[in-house]
Ligand binder design. Structure first.
Ligand SMILES: [Mg+2]
Length: 275
């Protein structure tokens, strides 16, 4: 039961540690095995990411030619003369943490157990296609803001990881914008702050909240799915979504009420299937 509670803490805390693994925990963790294998082994996943970043490079060209172009809902006016910038999420958009996910399956220990250790190792690999895209943006004189919900305490190992992969990182700029308040996962304010000084030309992420507010995105899955169509003009044009089948708000949105046990959660997953 303990690990289920930790699933729901996924979006709340990175610091809680526990060291308990029952057979049930292991079975629960194993439910994510195929999605993790898809990320780690499938050419389809890699091709999809390359496809996304190739298209993002093309969109960047268009954005730079059109000074009236902004990708941020938070950016309303007075941006035409501002320098261009992109905002990109870190986990599962730039850094591939699927090795950490594999560890949770093999150990039967849920996130965040082992997360701090993993981050401090700075061993995440780069998502396919992101290296080329970020260098293209950098060479096009576009500022790159990495906006992540990793906590400030992970700043040093995160920068070390990005640099070890040869990704562009501007030390002179506050390029890495982390989560200052443990309870605030919403990125709206951070996007708004960047919009004060830059024209935000593209947004890239693996979660809806990399594009819109938590207020709008944290709803039951049937309503949440409608948001894809609401913003149909943005996808592939100004917003670029990386698929993340392994975790995220999409999963939590299938529970109308927080399940009280792992069995209840698995039952709810079955009930949500559409045969
Ligand atoms: Mg992410």
């Amino acid at each position: 039961m303990k690990s289920l509670k930790l699933i729901f803490l996924l979006l709340i805390t990175l610091t809680y540690e526990y060291s308990y693994a029952s057979e049930k925990d292991k079975l629960f963790q194993e439910q994510s095995m195929l999605s993790v294998l898809y990320v780690q082994t499938s050419t389809e996943f890699a091709a999809n990411n390359i496809q996304t970043f190739n298209n993002a490079s093309k969109a960047l060209d268009m954005a730079l030619k059109d000074k009236t172009w902004t990708a941020a809902l938070e950016q309303k006016d007075n941006f035409i003369s501002k320098d261009p910038a992109i905002i990109i999420d870190v986990d599962e958009t730039v850094l591939d943490n699927s090795s950490f996910q594999s560890r949770t399956i093999l150990s039967g220990l849920s996130y965040p157990n082992g997360w701090a250790k993993w981050v401090n190792e700075s061993k995440a690999t780069a998502v396919e296609g992101v290296y080329e895209f970020l260098h293209y943006a950098n060479e096009s004189n576009v500022k790159i803001f990495y906006v992540t919900n990793r906590l400030e305490s992970f700043r040093e190992p995160t920068i070390r990881n990005l640099k070890s992969l040869g990704l562009p990182f501007d030390d002179s700029l506050n390029s890495l914008i982390m989560r200052e308040d443990e309870d605030v996962r919403d990125k709206t304010k951070r996007r708004k702050n960047i919009a004060e000084n830059y024209r935000i030309v593209l947004l890239l992420g693996d979660q809806l909240t990399d594009f819109i507010s938590t207020k709008e995105a944290y709803v039951y899955h049937s309503d949440r799915k409608k948001l894809a169509n609401k913003y149909s003009d943005m996808w592939g044009s100004k917003w670029f979504m990386i698929t993340n089948p392994t975790y995220g708000r999409w999963e939590l949105s299938i529970y109308d009420e927080m399940p009280k046990s792992e069995e209840e959660a698995i039952q709810k997953r079955k009930e949500t299937l559409n045969p």
